[in-house]
Design a binder for this molecule. Structure first.
Ligand SMILES: Cc1cc2nc3c(=O)[nH]c(=O)nc-3n(C[C@H](O)[C@H](O)[C@H](O)COP(=O)(O)O)c2cc1C
Length: 217
């Protein structure tokens, strides 16, 4: 009989083939390389390429992490949206230092971003909120993300109330819904190699300039 250890050992990882990563052609700004890699992930039909692990730090200095989706990327940073009353929202309020970790299996690519999460203004957050589906808006309007739920019935009843409120007033916005921008200080691109000669290229922001250096795998 297979033990868990056997099952894990039989699970293959980083089998390739992988796309090329010509480091000498890497653009000067990390978001540009990110967008190139994002496009490659889409071209390779990587599922949910916009999902990412967001790591935060709680008030005791302990790490926390969860998966969410990014909403946009530009020269100013990586954007995600959530409830500011959630666990992550409170952690960010206390300590804005965060990390984002993307992994795109199939192309063997990981991108690690470290920086600060800052809140975008009310209009941008409202704009993001109104683009969400009806159900997602109704749930966010309950303003309860990450608090303890007594049972599913409590959820269904509150949700029905949320849906009713949106039907009466379709432009209703949850005041705690926030679009956050992660201002990166470090961005590392990791490209797997079938022979395990992985490539790591790290961008570091120093005096407003992005430095590039290779790291040992
Ligand atoms: C694929 C995926 C996408 C998700 N997208 C979001 C999102 O965009 N915003 C969000 O607040 N939570 C999202 N979640 C739920 C979070 O993982 C998490 O459960 C929730 O935000 C509460 O986290 P917290 O208690 O640490 O605040 C997503 C989960 C998954 C698996």
């Amino acid at each position: 009989m297979n033990t868990v250890r056997d099952l894990i050992r039989q699970s293959k990882t980083l089998t390739g083939p992988f796309p090329e990563f010509p480091i000498n052609e890497a653009p000067g700004l990390p978001h540009e390389l990110f967008l190139e890699w994002f496009q490659t992930a889409i071209d390779h039909a990587i599922p949910e390429p916009h999902s990412v692990a967001l790591s935060t730090i709680d008030e005791n200095g302990a790490p926390d992490a969860r998966v969410l989706i990014i909403k946009d990327v530009d020269q100013d940073g990586w954007y995600f949206a959530s409830s500011s009353l959630s666990k992550k929202g409170k952690q960010i309020e206390f300590n804005p230092n965060v990390a984002l970790t993307f992994y795109w299996p199939g192309v063997g690519r990981q991108v690690r971003i470290r920086g600060k999460a800052i809140k975008m203004d009310i209009d941008q957050s409202a704009n993001d909120f109104l683009k969400r589906g009806m159900m997602a808006r109704a749930i966010a309007l309950l303003e309860k993300q990450s608090s303890v739920l007594k049972d599913q019935l409590e959820f269904e009843e509150a949700l029905a109330e949320g849906i009713k409120r949106i039907k009466q007033k379709p432009d209703l916005v949850s005041p705690s819904w926030v679009l956050y921008r992660v201002m990166a200080k470090e961005v590392e691109f990791w490209q797997a190699d079938e022979e395990r000669k992985h490539i790591r290229l790290k961008y570091t922001l120093e005096h407003n300039m992005w430095l590039r250096e290779l790291l040992w795998p």
